[in-house]
Design a protein around this ligand. Structure first.
Ligand code: ADP
Ligand code: MG
Length: 355
């Protein structure tokens, strides 16, 4: 329920902000022109366990959102680890198999992320997600022995993937994979591709707070994306002005349970088996690719501020980030500092590249 309210807030904020300047642009254009190029089509969908909105502009807008919905449904069926008919479920039951094209791409990218985030992003985390009850809502804190035992098999280093044959095999009994940390970003990439193939040049998707935009708004100005505040559903950290990119946020506030006064959230640290307790409460990644923004938002959340900053300094040409630490300070990488307007009087620090 909490998640639903938050997501609706992100939707409202995004469309509110995008809507203001769209209507201004439309007013200044001739009526006929407006009808053909500004036609807007939008659709709300519930999939991948979250609320989504897909929007496209232009003559092909209706067909574009129709196809976007079909694509979301197809990928949800393929990738849902808990759905008995999905490919991921089958791979988990059989300890591997020959992968479809989508699953192969997700596997390759996930294993690359595992390597270069030193294991902070790990698709083999699923048995621990089950033990914590995040997969079925039967939340519980597993005992330390269970966690110790599961840590032995929740490690992507034990996955063997052959990219030529597209075959995956598990190196230990009981292993299971899950693309939950990356699937929505992949899905929004696919929708952008689909929009482009139909000739759509302006559109956006909001997959449960993960935003990806195609081109700019129809008046040629940047999209305004509100980054919500983890502390307060009604508030936001700031507004980011962007075109052609994916803005994806991970935070411990997205899904969690409370027990004996402690809060346990759904992003696990593969090094400990416990919810990541890194001093970060929100990580937003801005890049040209949804799959990268999604994977890195989860990984940098696990890493914590210092490791995340070093990682960005090594990869500053690939992405930008907005990190929020538990004391409320925002760390903004220099590539987007000019595009990000901090809300209120939050403390903000700009992170520069290494000399
Ligand atoms: P959300 O899906 O809520 O937007 P994330 O993108 O951060 O947030 O993904 C969280 C999901 O990723 C979890 O629900 C779980 O399926 C998976 N996950 C949790 N911890 C990790 C991890 N360390 N590495 C990879 N995937 C993870
Ligand atoms: Mg993610």
């Amino acid at each position: 329920m909490r998640k639903r309210i938050q997501i609706i807030f992100v939707f409202c904020m995004l469309f509110l902000l995008a809507g203001c300047s769209l209507s201004t642009a439309a007013e200044s254009e001739p009526e006929k022109e407006k009808m053909s190029s500004d036609a807007k089509e939008s659709r709300d969908i519930f999939a991948m366990d979250t609320y989504m909105t897909v929007t496209a502009y232009g003559d092909q807008a209706r067909q574009a959102v129709e196809k976007a919905e079909q694509e979301i449904t197809r990928l949800d069926r393929l990738l849902s680890a808990g759905e008995e008919t999905s490919e991921v479920y089958k791979v988990n039951c059989e300890g591997g198999g020959v992968l479809s094209e989508d699953t192969a791409i997700l596997t390759e990218r996930s294993l690359a992320l595992y390597e270069n985030t030193e294991g902070a992003f790990d698709i083999a985390i699923y048995p621990l997600m089950e033990a914590w009850g995040f997969t079925d809502g039967n939340y519980q804190v597993p005992d330390s022995r269970t966690i110790r035992e599961l840590l032995l098999i929740t490690d992507a280093a034990l996955l063997h993937y052959d990219s030529e044959q597209r075959t995956l095999s598990f190196g230990a009994e009981g292993m299971k994979i899950d693309f939950g940390g990356i699937a929505k970003g992949y899905t929004s990439d696919r929708i952008m591709e689909l929009y482009r193939s139909l000739g759509v040049t302006s559109g956006l998707v909001n997959l449960g707070g993960n935003v990806q935009v195609l081109g700019s708004k129809v008046d040629g100005s940047d999209w305004n994306v509100a980054i919500r505040s983890p502390e307060n559903d009604e508030d936001y950290l700031g507004i980011l002005k962007v075109s052609d990119c994916a803005v994806i946020t991970s935070g411990g506030y997205e899904r969690y349970f409370e027990q004996n006064g402690n809060r346990y959230h759904h992003i696990l640290d593969p090094a400990t088996g416990y919810p990541a307790n890194s001093g970060l409460i929100s990580v937003t990644i801005v890049s040209g690719e949804g799959i990268l923004s999604d994977g890195l938002s989860t990984a940098l959340f696990v890493m914590g501020k210092d490791r995340a900053v070093s990682y960005w300094q090594e990869h500053s040409s690939e992405f930008d980030a907005i990190l929020e630490t538990t004391d409320g300070t925002l760390y903004i990488t220099c590539g987007i500092a000019d595009q990000f307007e901090v809300q209120g009087n939050r403390k903000a620090v700009i992170i520069n590249t290494k000399e």
